[in-house]
Design a protein around this ligand. Structure first.
Ligand SMILES: Nc1ncnc2c1ncn2[C@@H]1O[C@H](COP(=O)(O)OP(=O)(O)OP(=O)(O)O)[C@@H](O)[C@H]1O
Ligand SMILES: [Mg+2]
Length: 312
């Protein structure tokens, strides 16, 4: 399997002294939808800027489509569609004319087919109706869509999207997820950053998890969560009693939702069968009992010992 993004010891220390990315070894296999996950401030945008040759690493190296960045930027970047924080737009031009400008800046783009390319890109991101509106009158979500349209003007081998659903409403987020799946089905590798765990779980085949500039883990999404125990869940007509018994058994994070009582993953030395037996002994009628499939969030908490919050 070939890798489309690879970094070795990639490090960025900003001038103020902030170590934003710390010896990152990332490997993104071709053909994946790869989620770059981490809380706010964990170094995602900094990494993406280095990948695209927009800032110099302090140490380490990055290759994009097998070529060393930033040296190969001219050769590689035409094959890479990118959406980074706050796409540069001309506010006084319409969304459509902004795309025309982007397309004109590409020396390999045939001017005769420009209008059609722009129309297709607008359509893909759901901006056809708003295409004539001035970009300065666009909402955050509309600007985000326009930035994405610019990345889609030509076929790409790789798309690098920094928080593509930022500013979008739930419907817009769904549309972007669908679009990402379509692009992946066409053979484009999609690398997208997000601080939203469930977004990564919904759309990505692979993920890397960052915390405070460091890579915590990377691999297929299914495997990342597989090593972690999920939450305990009990379905019962006696939820209050079940919650009390689980707390007495030392379980934490007990939550009651109608007839379902759940708790933080039991410690590895606790046999779920014993927990179930204790519930029954206490007179709790148990309809269903089990350890749920671990989510990426469970895995993150297990790996970092922390909640998925902003680091200082
Ligand atoms: N230009 C800069 N100069 C100094 N420090 C910076 C700069 N840009 C980012 N940082 C710091 O580097 C760290 C990583 O920031 P970065 O923007 O890469 O995080 P992020 O994971 O993209 O966060 P978010 O989810 O909020 O977009 C933060 O502590 C941030 O304050
Ligand atoms: Mg960012």
């Amino acid at each position: 399997m070939t890798t489309v993004i690879e970094t070795r010891g990639l490090t960025k220390r900003y001038r103020g002294g902030q170590l934003a990315v710390d010896r990152l070894d990332l490997a993104v296999p071709a053909g994946t939808v790869f989620g770059f996950l981490g809380p706010n401030g964990s170094g995602k945008t900094t990494t993406i800027r280095m990948l695209l040759g927009l800032i110099e690493p302090t140490a380490g190296s990055a290759t994009l489509l097998g070529q060393r960045m930033p040296r190969a930027a001219r050769a590689v970047l035409p094959e890479v569609g990118a959406l980074i924080e706050g796409p540069a737009l001309y506010g006084y031009l319409s969304g459509r004319d902004n795309l025309v400008r982007y397309d004109s800046a590409d020396p390999t783009a045939d001017p005769r087919t420009r209008r059609a390319r722009v129309a297709t890109a607008l359509d893909r991101v759901g901006l056809t109706a708003a295409g004539s509106k001035k970009a300065k009158a666009y909402s955050l979500g509309m600007k985000q869509r326009l930035g994405l349209a610019a990345a889609l003007l030509r076929p790409r081998r790789l798309l690098v999207l920094d928080e593509p659903t930022n500013g979008l409403d739930p419907q817009g987020m769904r549309e972007i997820r669908t679009l990402v799946r379509e692009l992946a089905a066409d053979g484009t590798t999609v690398f997208l950053s997000s601080h939203l765990l469930d977004e990564i779980e919904q759309v990505c085949t692979h993920a890397a998890v960052m915390a405070q500039g460091r890579l915590i883990t990377q691999g297929p999404v299914a495997e990342l969560a597989a090593g972690t125990r999920g939450r305990l869940a009990v379905v019962t007509p006696d939820p209050a009693d079940a919650a009390r018994v689980l707390k007495e058994l030392g379980l934490t994070g007990v939550v009651v939702a109608e007839d379902k009582v759940s708790a933080d993953p039991p410690p590895p030395d606790a046999d779920p069968a014993d927990l179930n037996a204790a519930l029954v002994r206490a007179g709790v009628r148990v309809r269903a009992f089990g350890v749920e499939r671990a989510s990426l969030e469970d895995a993150f908490v297990a790996l970092t010992g922390e909640g998925f919050d902003v680091a200082g």
